[in-house]
Design a protein around this ligand. Structure first.
Ligand code: ADP
Ligand code: ZN
Length: 729
């Protein structure tokens, strides 16, 4: 496919590899030559690694000592736009370029020719006897929505053995066949008629269509249920009509299912999916089809931003305020911001969709950098829920109870009317604290500076930082007193107990991310709730995200004050977004909704803003406060986390960094710290944080690079820089 290119055999070429060395390495072009952007395999030490030809090699090497490129892979070359994106994203996040390349090559068997492979799909017969292992195989197959999968994938996903699969083939319950790899996706037809839009929706859709074909960013703001998805699907249609590719990013895999069905309705076929739950065969197929322009629409998690689109024309970031767009592990990047960067390089349109935008996006729109479209009303007869505070200072609750009499009455009324209630508490597990009544000791994690959380379903204590678990002890590990350990405070599991006692006749479901082993189980649960198979739903922040529960008319927030306690810069913003989103779950269909917020501080400005519903006033107040403090988005922050098993070593280095801050002072930046990070120890590593605050226009990255360049890190000490930190853990 890539025979030739600008470098003839034996010419020195620069190759960016995914290997550990943070440099462009020089190799000799192979027989037949190669060109910039070609995917290649090169020897690196004893191994062979994947790389991309980045340009001419470094001059001045003795050609006799250079090794040749092993082979050019049979895959479309990386386009200049994607190379530029990786380089700019690396520079912005201060990430070594090889790590960036890794994000763009996370696909199996990249260089192997198409060929064919043996796959399995459902056959006409039912298995003779549905053993547990057989059921798991059929379940796994169904989870992929009828896609043909390989034996390896079936075995991995179902946990059954290959012989179980073969047995099902023998019975005709499965069909084994040879299938060509990398089939193109079914065509989406943008000209099929969509829903008739309301006048407000039609105006927004027209504005988006008018902006198609070139770079621009638009905030699409509308209350939940106003039809934002309906409207941005019109922008997708326009993009497809122009023959370009569209990408829709979603914060949560569980959300994509409903969206896939809507796309099928609108365009007559399903889009391609990209996230951790997709088979490796599918990932390879999508990667190739994206590069060849055959995948018209991709729905995916943040890493879909690194796909090799041939002609990306539109990126939609759905629920753009969602904190999970920030990758907090490995390469620290914010997918929302990187989407804007990639789109600007690809000359593509960006739509940021949310009912409660991030302050960054709100401010960019206010400053005229982004366009803004508002959908004011819910679609059809649905109206926004009423919201009221329940003043907990005036309510009488027995010890160990968290549902106030006022909220109990409201739930009872819904039960009588055959409607659903949602009780929201953003705390997984049974109880956040296990306390010894004899000595006051609280059981903590051995490796982290965190309390262990009791999970009764698991019958264990779990550390939410590192995942370590242990049985709930009989006696206090500190004083040895037996039978004196008590669960303190509520988690969703404990709330479920209280609900069962209060409403014994109600059907109760708990939605918490840790209670579902697979994305599929979670999806099934959400579908069951939407179909009315529950009277009371108890949920963590998982329920806040975009689900549509038509029978739900009451939302009770158990602890509206919970998010306000932290010292986090974004505490107010996050609480506002989360509680508005949760409240938005109520009354999505014909029946009006009500949201009740249990709070001990009904006069807190954030609680009042949530109840009052004057969102613009809230954003303006929040913006003024941040501006006065020089905080983002009016100033810039970078977090530096040093970690090591050796406490002294991290503090020594932290102090040295704080002292030797000339590079930062030159750009008008200040350093705060070192201080123990809010979670001072994770997995046995002590963590110390410095915070750098800079004026908005300052060249922060250059200064940070200079500041940390001269450091010689002792073994086992890690330094991570987080540009625009979202949380301060
Ligand atoms: P949002 O994304 O703002 O939460 P959705 O696009 O999901 O809103 O719309 C909410 C509900 O209203 C969905 O069930 C959707 O199908 C329906 N809906 C919105 N607009 C229309 C329309 N113009 N015609 C028919 N149904 C619509
Ligand atoms: Zn831990």
């Amino acid at each position: 496919m890539n025979a030739g290119g600008e470098f003839g055999e034996g010419a020195a070429v620069g190759v960016l590899t995914t290997g550990p060395l943070d440099r462009i390495l020089t190799y000799l072009a192979p027989a037949g030559g190669c060109g910039t952007g070609d995917f290649v395999e090169v020897p690196l030490g004893p191994r062979r690694v994947v790389g991309v030809v980045w340009g001419p090699g470094e001059a001045g090497f003795d050609a006799a000592r250079l090794r040749p490129v092993a082979r050019v892979l049979d895959t479309p070359p990386m386009r200049p736009e994607l190379r530029e994106f990786l380089a700019r994203a690396a520079a912005y996040t201060l990430t070594p370029l090889p790590l960036m390349l890794r994000l763009a090559t996370r696909t199996p068997a990249l260089g192997e020719p198409p060929g064919s492979r043996r796959v399995y799909r459902r056959g006409p017969a039912e298995p003779a006897r549905l053993t547990e292992a057989r059921a798991r195989v059929l379940d796994a197959l169904e989870a992929w929505g009828g896609a043909a999968v390989t034996l390896a994938e079936l075995v991995r996903e179902s946990g059954a053995t290959a012989s179980v699969v073969k047995g099902l083939v023998a019975q005709g319950a499965l069909i084994e066949e040879e299938a060509p790899r990398d089939l193109p996706y079914p065509r989406l037809d943008p000209d099929r008629p969509g829903h008739a839009l309301s006048p407000g929706q039609a105006a927004a859709a027209a504005a988006l269509r008018a902006a198609a074909g070139r770079y621009s960013t638009t905030l699409l703001k509308g209350v939940t249920g106003s039809g934002k998805t309906e409207v941005y699907l019109e922008a997708v249609a326009e993009c497809l009509r122009r023959g370009r590719q569209a990408l829709v990013l979603m914060p949560e895999i569980a959300l994509t299912q409903g969206f896939l069905a809507r796309v099928e309705d609108r365009f007559g076929a399903r889009p391609a999916e990209w996230h951790s739950g997709v088979t490796s065969t599918e990932r390879r197929r999508l990667w190739r089809m994206a590069a060849e322009g055959q995948a018209q629409l991709v729905v995916g998690a943040r890493s879909a931003l690194f796909l090799p689109f041939r002609d990306l024309g539109l990126v939609v970031v759905d629920e753009e305020h969602d904190p999970s767009y920030k990758q907090e592990d490995g390469v620290l990047y914010n997918a929302r911001d990187m989407a804007v960067l990639r789109a600007s390089l690809a000359d593509a349109q960006v739509i940021l969709s949310s009912a409660t935008p991030s302050l960054e996006t709100w401010a960019n729109a206010a400053a005229g950098k982004y366009a803004r479209l508002d959908l004011a009303d819910r679609f059809g007869p649905a109206v926004l829920p009423g919201m009221r505070a329940i003043d907990m200072r005036a309510e009488r609750l027995a010890p160990g109870r968290w549902i106030s009499p006022a909220l109990v009455r409201a739930v009872e009324a819904r039960l009588a009317a055959g409607e659903q209630s949602l009780l929201f508490l953003n705390r997984r597990g049974y109880a956040p604290v296990t306390l010894c009544r004899a000595c006051g000791h609280q059981i903590g994690c051995d490796h982290c500076d965190a309390r262990m959380v009791e999970h009764r379903f698991l019958k264990r204590l779990v550390c939410h930082q590192c995942g370590e678990t242990k049985p709930v002890p009989e006696a206090c590990p500190n004083c040895g007193a037996a039978g004196r350990l008590a669960a303190v405070g509520p988690g969703v599991e404990r709330l479920a107990e209280e609900v069962a006692a209060l409403f014994p006749q109600a059907r109760v479901r708990v939605l918490s991310s840790d209670l579902f082993g697979t994305a599929r189980a979670l999806r099934a649960e959400i579908a069951a709730i939407a179909a009315g198979e529950a009277d009371i739903v108890i949920g963590t922040q998982l329920v806040a995200k975009g689900h549509n529960f038509p029978l739900l008319t009451l939302v009770g927030v158990i602890d509206a004050d919970l998010g306000l306690q932290g010292s986090d810069l974004r505490a107010a913003e996050r609480t506002f977004q989360l509680l508005r989103q949760v409240a938005g779950r109520a009354g999505r269909a014909e029946r009006p909704g009500l949201a009740l917020l249990q709070t001990f501080q009904p006069d807190h400005p954030v609680i009042r803003a949530i109840l009052g519903g004057d969102e613009e006033a809230f954003w303006r107040a929040e913006a003024r406060e941040r501006e006065a403090l020089g905080m983002p988005p009016y100033g810039r922050l970078a977090g530096v986390i040093l970690s090591s098993p050796d406490l002294q070593a991290v503090f020594d280095l932290g102090n040295r960094l704080a002292r030797e801050d000339a590079a930062l002072r030159r750009i008008g930046a200040q350093v705060f710290g070192p201080a123990p990070a809010p979670i001072a120890r994770i997995r046995g590593r002590h963590r110390v944080r410095l915070l750098v605050k800079a004026p908005r226009a300052a060249p922060l990255q250059t200064a940070l690079a200079e500041w940390t360049a001269r450091l010689r890190l002792p073994a086992n000490l890690r330094l991570a820089i987080d540009i625009d930190p979202q949380s301060f853990l």
